[in-house]
Design a protein around this ligand. Sequence first.
Ligand SMILES: [Zn+2]
Length: 515
Amino acid sequence: MSAANTARLPTQPELRVLKPSRTPVSKLLGKTEHLLVVVPEKPSASVWKQLPDGTRLRGLAGKRLAANVLVRSRLANASGAGITLGKLPGTGNGKKEVGAFDRLSFSGRLAADVCGDNPSSVAILVAGFSPATEGAILESLILALAAHRFRMPTYKSEPTKQKRLNTVRILKDETGIDVRRILAEANATNLVRWLTSQPPNCLDAKTYLALLRSLAKDKGWKLSFLTEAKLSKAGAGAFLAVSQGNAMRDAGIVHIRYRPKKSVVRPKIALVGKGIIFDTGGNNLKPFKGMLDMHQDMAGSAVAVATLAALTDLQAPFAIDCWLAITENRVSANAYKPRDIVTASNGVSIEVIHTDAEGRMALADTLALAAKEKPKAIVDFATLTGSCIAALTERYSGALTNRPDLNELLIDTGRRCGERVWPFPMDHDFDEELRSEVADVMQCAPVGGGDHIQAARFLDRFVPDSSAWVHIDLSSASRKGGLAQVPGEVTGFGARFAISLVLDNHERLVRTAKG
Ligand SMILES: [Zn+2]
């Protein structure tokens, strides 16, 4: 590996968002290179009157916008700025609210059009909606523009055309949207996309740790790294079963602490992430297509750490731990094998069945170690099972919890932020398929379906009942054609969901009754 190809943190400056000012709109428009306008599906005559160039836009929209497609034109002033006009489908004339996912998808299409013009600045005008809807649309547009302008990792020898967009000017905002929060969410999504897209020889375990250390320094976190030697002392046989097949001895579990005040010791929340930096499947080797994108198998760890970064930027008023299980899953003479028996750090013995079910092995010890700090709630993220994708496609991610009372909150949180999750059952009788003749539990069932449920039932053995626990099986971490406002295959899914869950609902999260 050449040093030049070592993964780094993104260096692109944050999108600058300017709030409405007293300067007349006509003057502001002279300073912008592009105008982005959103109106309802059937705007009233008064809406067009609020818009610069409204009469001409109305004429263009009437001709070209029959099927809610967007209009592209130029302002008839001296600047000749580009215009992107979109009609939000399903709005106006008393129609019910458009959901967050549809609003973000719509905003993504507009952002693609704006970025196609490659302006350095864009002014946004949303007209004809209630103040609350207007605020929600502004939020979606900023998230979409931040996602589309983001420069993903590239290793081309010739420099690629740079996206110039650096400034968004909001022309009107009656609700007073929380720009700091929106940008923290947008940055978190982009950090997940950035980390998850890194080539596997550029982001290896050593580089990932170095990168996390530099992020920790930047955010004021305390970071400790549990090496294989330390994990061996802690009896973490499940994690080590996976990492023992690696060529390098650089795997381990990262423990990051965020404390709003020095006096706080115990974490209220623990975020846990699966960080398999490359998954070959091990001795049960994956075929070509199944292995091709397995550098993305660390997406869960990226979601956990990006969520912590956003919560730190937003100065979350409670203590949070973050635990990342970082290792490869390789084929080698030392690699673990089916029917091996290993014991995890909480004393549970496991009969290995399939070496490609390594995520739950690495997570088992990571969850057990996280639980030792007695957090009130644990939320983990993992690209864990193919069966979750089979059940939900890549549009939703799976949610499984030891607190069934939380299921409605989980659905609702996903709907509101546009990163949708769907719950699965966690009944005890699913354990029958994991019953082992020789150990406490089988790693997975040798035959039969519902692996995403059994994986969660397996992981449940490493989380004590005293902590509320939510497990997110990230079936939407990657999707051809992107998802909602995010272009490109790696969606960054999970961070915005987690920020909403942890920041807006932490009291409910930690107070829910045991199942
Ligand atoms: Zn695997």
